[in-house]
Write a protein that binds this ligand. Structure first.
Ligand SMILES: [Zn+2]
Length: 479
């Protein structure tokens, strides 16, 4: 850079961690036109139009959450758009909305956006977002095609809630691959559960294709085997499918599920059944009620513009007044599984599970940054490795080559973290503050779409950026 360069903003004196450029030390970060302009030892304040002192704080490329929820097509809609603010408060700058509806996501971003970059998937819900329960290939192709035009980047198989046959699941993967659309799988089919039995089927369902296998930790809860045996098996499958799968796992203990019961009082969804079985409750409405009254289960409810969990009588009231179709949560994720999946590496030092996600957003468990920093404090990850799992690797996963690193010309998406608390204290997207001291200061957002979604983005009037999935790890060396 030249000495006459003027920066729009300079972050002074931070502990900059940028593994892509081998940076881990005290530097100043100069930002201009929304891009990283310089990372050097000392930027003269005369060259800064604005400056923020981040002495003692970690400055990293912004957290990219590859599994979040900011819109929802299942359950009630109270948690529809609160996820934007909830992710931003915890330090996230980019999110993949994993089972929404792109149009609802965009509307939520207009109403309650907090400055995030968001790419959206269409959750495949029979008779709602897809016309058939056992969809024929032509139906799947049309849904994927339409999703792209609506601004989505692909689809998600909701095997824990709306399982298809293995064959139909495989057809979804194949159709998405043929159209180079994103395809994520919450595992489980009509032949298996949303657990290790479901994960075992996924190599066959993937066939020669590419797939995002969602929240690996969810299949290592000890439903089929001891958790550590399930982790070992999951990692073996991931290794076998190394060139075909991208994966993430989250670090929260609590999950998210739905308490829907049928007319006989039986719990409908496999995930909710598993939560009850884990503690010996019957998989019925009585079991759900008892689990809520005991404080094992919680119900989600919106309060003060955020989603929170409540338990006891209050939770029962919420669940009953929603005619059982309510979002619930159970502490079913063993910390040992979370730890092992977050830290497991190949011999070449790359991570077996690509990314640490939240599976949060509108679910109040946006702890990815904080818990990853706890792993650093514990000595299980270096600070550079933490940034790889939170930012660099997710950026490669999705083909966001201008993010996940702080090279000159990269997007000035930055998360600043207090190393003592492990919590994010500030974040910027394109050089603009979106969060300061855990208060949202951003608005709206940027919609990450495929080329086919341009018209949808323009008609909504949202700023957008086009993702090229040819550059994603999912489609690396594809064709
Ligand atoms: Zn999820």
């Amino acid at each position: 850079m030249t000495t006459t360069q003027q920066f729009d903003l300079v972050l002074k004196n931070g502990h900059v961690v940028d593994p892509a450029n081998n940076i881990d030390g005290r530097f100043d970060v100069g930002i201009k036109y929304g891009k990283i302009a310089s990372v050097i030892n000392n930027i003269n304040l005369d060259m800064a139009d604005d400056t923020i002192d981040v002495e003692g704080q970690i400055v990293m490329p912004g957290h990219i959450d590859t599994h979040a929820h900011v819109s929802s097509v299942f359950g009630n809609d109270t948690n529809r758009a609160y996820g934007h603010a909830m992710l931003v408060e915890s330090g996230t700058t980019t999110a993949l909305d994993l089972a929404g509806n792109p149009t609802l996501m965009a509307e939520g971003m207009l109403q309650r956006g907090a400055g995030l970059n968001v790419a959206s998937l269409m959750g495949l819900v029979p008779h709602s977002t897809i016309s058939e329960d056992d969809p024929r290939p032509s139906v799947v192709r049309d849904v994927i095609n339409n999703t792209k035009k609506q601004g989505g980047i692909g689809v998600k198989l909701l095997g824990g809630y709306h399982p298809f046959t293995p064959e139909a699941s495989s057809n979804v993967v194949k159709a998405a691959n043929e159209q180079m659309a994103w395809v994520a799988f919450h595992v489980g089919t009509k032949d298996s559960g949303s657990d290790m039995t479901g994960l075992r089927e996924v190599p066959d369902i993937t066939d020669n294709g590419r797939l995002h296998v969602a929240h690996i930790n969810s299949y290592t809860r000890g439903m089929v085997d001891e958790p550590h045996e399930e982790v070992r098996e999951a990692l073996t499958l991931i290794e076998r499918m190394r060139s075909q799968w991208v994966t993430e796992a989250y670090l929260a203990q609590i999950n998210g599920t739905n308490g829907l019961c049928d007319e006989n009082g039986d719990v409908v969804y496999n995930v909710a059944q598993n939560c009850l079985k884990a503690r010996g409750y019957p998989t019925t409405d009585k079991g759900i009620k008892a689990s809520l009254l005991d404080g094992y289960g919680s119900a989600l409810t919106a309060r003060g513009g955020r989603v929170i969990t409540v338990t006891g009588e209050e939770a029962v009231k919420i669940w009953e007044s929603a005619a059982t179709n309510a979002s619930l949560s159970y502490p079913v994720n063993p910390p040992t599984s979370a730890f092992s999946l977050a830290t497991a590496k190949y011999d070449d030092e790359t991570f077996k599970v690509d990314a640490i996600s939240t599976d949060g957003g509108s679910l109040p468990r946006n702890v990815a940054i904080q818990r990853t920093m706890a792993l650093v404090a514990f000595g299980a990850l270096t600070i550079s490795e933490a940034v790889i799992k939170l930012s660099y690797s997710p950026s490669r996963m999705m083909g966001l080559l201008n993010k996940g690193q702080l090279s000159e010309g990269a997007d000035a998406d930055i998360t600043v973290v207090n190393p003592r608390t492990g919590k994010a204290t500030m974040s910027l997207v394109a050089g603009e503050l979106i969060m300061l001291n855990r208060r949202v200061v951003g608005k709206g957002g940027t919609w990450l779409i495929l080329e086919e979604g341009r018209k949808a983005a323009e008609s909504k009037g949202l700023p957008y950026e086009i993702i090229n999935l040819e550059e994603s790890k999912m489609y690396e060396n594809w064709n």
